[in-house]
Write a protein that binds this ligand. Structure first.
Ligand SMILES: [Zn+2]
Length: 299
């Protein structure tokens, strides 16, 4: 009986007892009855479980157990981004509309070699799924990997195509930028992009302030860096989200708590308070309102 997770719907923070597999959910009076049986030894296992959201990950790269594990750890919302045709299709497959929500796009690394037909196919895929797609992403610019001027031009053209699509469909965009922040900000402004998420933020303090001024969201991964900490400090927490970009750096969506901690530390906030705000920011930005904590995380 003690090897279960108990969720409390009334309190914003969820107290839970966790043991070992198999994990089971317990609700209501059943939960209270179990709580009474907790010994003092068990109490050492209490932790505060807060609802978390991963604003940017790549769940096509995982099997279902990583998703279930993240949900069991409170990561109730995950925005899973595709990067090419194959991963966009897989992203739709792994999205359940309760915990996993799709973002579809073409990563700038694939811009140079993708043909017009394949671009059209992906645009059609987004249009056909516009009611479940929560963002167009991952899109953007990556000048580290661009192959000369021609490569940069193709990246910019594809980025602009997807910004136009997002404006037309009224969808947010999840933007990758590497060594390209000035250009990214310039194009977003020129194209009048309306709901922008700058993921794995690489910009400086001035870029962060400008992004926040425009109402953009900035997300940070579970990797600490001095420049990102300065950027976090420079913008209101209302413009921030936590992400993992998993499986980057061998992370999984469960690691989003580390990104939350980085933001909480930089802001001098309690972890739970930061987690609550960041989760709400993510759900608001991606227009996610479904009830959470209902899926059995067991095998
Ligand atoms: Zn990514």
């Amino acid at each position: 009986m003690k090897f279960c997770i108990t969720y409390n719907y009334i309190l914003p923070n969820i107290t839970f007892i966790t043991g070992y597999a198999p994990v089971a959910y317990c609700f209501g009076n059943y939960m209270a009855a179990i709580a009474k049986q907790i010994t003092s030894e068990d109490k050492s296992k209490y932790k505060t479980l807060v609802e978390l959201a991963d604003a940017h990950c790549h769940l096509y790269a995982f099997d279902g157990s990583a998703i279930a594990d993240a949900v069991a750890r409170g990561v109730a919302t995950m925005i899973s981004n595709g990067i090419d045709t194959k991963s966009n299709l897989k992203t739709l497959e792994v999205s359940d509309g309760r915990h996993v929500f799709p973002a579809l796009g073409i990563h700038p690394d694939y811009a140079e070699n993708i043909g017009d037909d394949e671009i059209e196919y992906n645009i059609r895929l987004i249009r056909e799924n516009k009611n479940i797609v929560k963002s167009i992403g991952e899109i953007g610019l990556d000048f580290t990997h661009a192959n000369g001027i021609k490569g940069i031009e193709k990246q910019i053209a594809l980025f602009e195509t997807f910004i136009d699509l997002s404006n037309e469909l009224n969808l947010p965009i999840s933007v990758h930028s590497r060594d390209a922040m000035q250009q990214v900000l310039h194009i977003l402004d020129e194209k009048d992009a309306h709901a922008v998420h700058l993921h794995f933020f690489e910009g400086n303090v001035d870029n962060a302030i400008e992004a926040a001024r425009r109402g953009y969201m900035i997300s940070v991964p579970p990797l600490k860096s001095g420049s990102r900490t300065s950027a976090i400090k420079a913008v209101p927490i209302g413009n921030l989200m936590a992400e993992t970009d998993s499986p980057t750096a061998n992370s999984s969506p469960s690691d989003v708590d580390k990104a939350v901690s980085i933001i909480a530390d930089a802001k001098g906030m309690q972890y739970e308070d930061a987690a609550h705000i960041l989760t709400e920011n993510t759900k608001r930005f991606f227009n996610i309102s479904t009830a959470k904590f209902m899926r059995n995380a067991g095998p």
